[in-house]
Design a protein around this ligand. Structure first.
Ligand code: BTN
Length: 248
């Protein structure tokens, strides 16, 4: 994958711009970066606060694989970003919470939002992976609703890394893991994901639109990135979307 950076001062959302580039034929490896976003998007149609000081970017991919496996790209991104951040900040405390939140001591430092588009013939046209990392934000300036749930990396570790340095490290990890995944398949992601996550074997509430729809223990994650949750009656259900809160 040859990385081609497209840098902007401000965008509505790097995901939206990435889709426009992808539709015009931008090659795999095109990366859209913005210093700030005015309409940053989160999962579940949420707003993603994206002021200057954070790293907001989207990678365009065109994997020639069976579309049923494309959801693995989100897990791949989680693993690549955790590896890069753990190395750079010299920490083992950053973990993945299913499906794709990166947490530091329970507070979110990164979110990932992927989308994909198929061709008329059912093959993958493009996949985009949008990644937001709270690199150098002032925790005091977080909007009220994020104050207890989000953290900023530089402030947490007493470092001064630029967003560019963090981006370079993430893209290196991403490109190398992506190459291995295309060659060797799910195993290069699933095993590392299991080691880096804080979700497996935990008791959780599964939520859809803030409503609890199931609760139990996360007993497995499958190749499609879905978690299998077993409740106290021994019934298991798999969830490939939604959100969980961990029961302590
Ligand atoms: C989440 O809800 O956890 C996902 C957040 C994803 C945010 C990133 S920032 C770069 C890219 N552009 C967007 O509008 N969203 C993603």
């Amino acid at each position: 994958m040859k990385i081609q950076l497209k840098q902007f001062d401000v965008l509505q959302s790097t995901n939206v711009t990435a889709v426009a580039f992808a539709k015009e034929g931008a090659p795999e490896g095109t990366v859209i970066v913005a210093e700030r976003q005015e309409g940053g998007r989160g999962r579940m149609h949420r707003v993603w606060s994206s002021p200057k000081g954070g790293l907001w970017f989207t990678i365009i991919l065109r994997p020639q694989i069976d579309p049923q496996f494309v959801a693995q790209v989100t897990l791949l991104a989680g693993v690549a970003v955790v590896r890069a951040l753990r190395k750079l900040y010299a920490t083992e405390e950053i973990m993945i919470k299913w499906p794709n939140d990166l947490l530091l001591n329970g507070k979110k430092v990164c979110g990932i939002l992927s989308e994909m588009q198929l061709n008329e013939n059912g093959s993958i046209d493009y996949a985009i992976v949008g990644i937001g990392v709270n690199v150098d934000l002032n925790p005091q300036a977080f909007p009220e609703d994020l104050r207890n749930t989000a953290a900023s990396l530089n402030a947490s570790f007493g470092k001064n890394y630029t967003c560019t340095a963090v981006l370079d490290n993430i893209l290196q990890e991403f490109a190398s893991l992506y190459r291995d995944w295309l060659k060797e398949g799910a195993q290069v992601i699933l095993e590392p994901w299991k080691k880096l996550n804080c979700t497996l074997n935990r008791r959780v509430f599964v939520k859809d639109n803030d409503e609890v729809i199931f609760s139990g223990e996360v007993v497995a994650i499958n190749e499609a990135g879905a978690i299998i949750v077993r409740n106290e009656e021994g019934e298991s259900q798999s969830f490939d979307f939604g959100e969980i809160s961990i029961r302590y």
